[in-house]
Each structure stands twice: as C-alpha cells, then as structure tokens.
Write a protein that binds this ligand. Structure first.
Ligand code: CA
Length: 232
C-alpha cells in the first residue's frame, strides 16, 4: 500500500472546520473528499475509494451514529468520530457502533492528523503483511502484492511462470503436485507444452531460490509423482 495516496472523507457541516481539517490533511499528503451531510457522505463513500472517514456526529439530516452503523454493514474502513458531545456515554456509544477513535471539539488538528496516521497504519499494514509469505525465517519471502520474491534479502528475478509455480506449491506445502496439476494451476490449463517443460522451469526456479539447487530444500522432487514445497 505504500506509495499510494490515501483518501480521507471528511463528513462535517461546518465549512470552517472542513477547510481547517482539509488543509492539514492535504499538507500531510492525503487526498480529501468532503460531505456536508449524511446523504452526501454515503454517496461519497460509495463512489470514491475512501481509506478513512472523519465523521462529525451532529449533521443536518441523519446523525453521524446512523452513518457509522450504515457503513459498518459493509465496510471496516477506519472511522474517527468528531464530536462536541463530551459525555462518556456518547463516546462509548460511538465506539460501540463501530467507530475506531474519536476526538472532542475543540480539537488539535495536529493530533487529528496523528490519529489518522496511526489508524491507517494499523488498518493497512496488517493487510500488507497478509500478502507476504515468509519461509525459513525470512530466507524466502513471497510478496503477493507485487509478485516479487526475495531470497536471503535479495530480489530473485523470477519469470511469471516460475512465480506461479512457486506460489502454487508454497501455498499448499502439504500437497504433492503432479506435473499435470502444476500445469493446470500455474498456467490455468492454457498451456500446450510437454509436461517435461515444467521440469525445466523447476530447474531454473531452484537455481534462483535454493542455496544448493542439486540438494533443494524448497522445491522437493517426489519421485514418480511430482513436486512439493519444503519450506516452513
Ligand atoms: Ca456539525
């Protein structure tokens, strides 16, 4: 997710506050969508790709709480509630219905930005980690987001076919794949080579990710059947 500009939806009816928040968010490198009421907020949430919502509770049409409930039916997008209500009860209620954090007015914009940063990190770094498969204490790391593979910290330049074979084997390391199965899964069956062609991809793959390609620990040959992944 790094390098992609995050879009924040600011739901607030007081234009002075919106401008104030917007300028801080823009200065911090975010893009901003704005909605002055609940109806616009739900519309913006559906049409723009929103990564986080700053949500005022007192709006002219529907309440921030209702918006929060509505959005939580379909999305886990981080929500920071902005409220003039300071009673414990309203804050607890906000968190109960699915807000991730809250700030009471008047608030420090720098603190708001700090909370935005923290929530985005929490929400999206986990997602990023799920796309990384690591084996043998990080000796092999497969990044399913950009399809890159690292061997001992260095990028192993796999061809698309080699990548597909590796990810297929690595995701089901308890299974032995026949050559035919590997052709099916790695090439969607859309492949007219002899099944021995898999062997040459395997050979090249081993050269790129094994310490000793002649005595592999990752791409194991199961004699008479096919291949299995040996990384843990
Ligand atoms: Ca308001």
């Amino acid at each position: 997710m790094e390098g992609i500009i995050k879009r924040i939806l600011v739901v607030e009816d007081e234009s002075k506050i919106v401008e104030f928040i917007e300028s801080y968010l823009l200065n911090s490198g975010y893009s901003v969508s704005k909605a002055p009421n609940g109806r616009e907020a739900l519309k913006a949430f559906q049409s723009d790709e929103i990564d986080l919502i700053i949500l005022d509770l007192m709006l002219p049409d529907i309440t921030g709480e209702q918006i929060c409930k509505e959005i939580r039916k379909t999305s886990k997008v981080p929500i920071i509630m902005l409220t003039a209500k300071t009673s414990d009860e309203s804050i607890i209620n906000g968190l109960d219905i699915g807000a991730d954090d809250y700030m009471t007015k008047p608030f420090s914009p720098r603190q708001l930005v700090a909370r935005v940063n923290a929530l985005l990190r929490r929400a999206y770094d986990d997602e990023k980690d799920n796309n990384l498969l690591s084996f043998n204490q990080g000796d092999i790391v497969i990044n399913q987001t950009d399809y890159s593979v690292k061997k001992a910290g260095k990028v192993a330049n796999l061809t698309p076919s080699e990548y597909k074979i590796l990810i297929t084997l690595a995701k089901r390391s308890n299974k032995v794949f026949t050559r035919e199965e590997l052709i099916q899964v790695a090439f969607d069956g859309d492949y007219l080579g002899y099944d021995r062609t898999i062997d040459s991809h395997i050979k090249n793959l081993r050269a790129k990710i094994e310490d000793n390609p002649k005595d592999p620990i990752y791409i194991l040959t199961i004699r008479g059947i096919g291949y299995r992944f040996g990384g843990v």
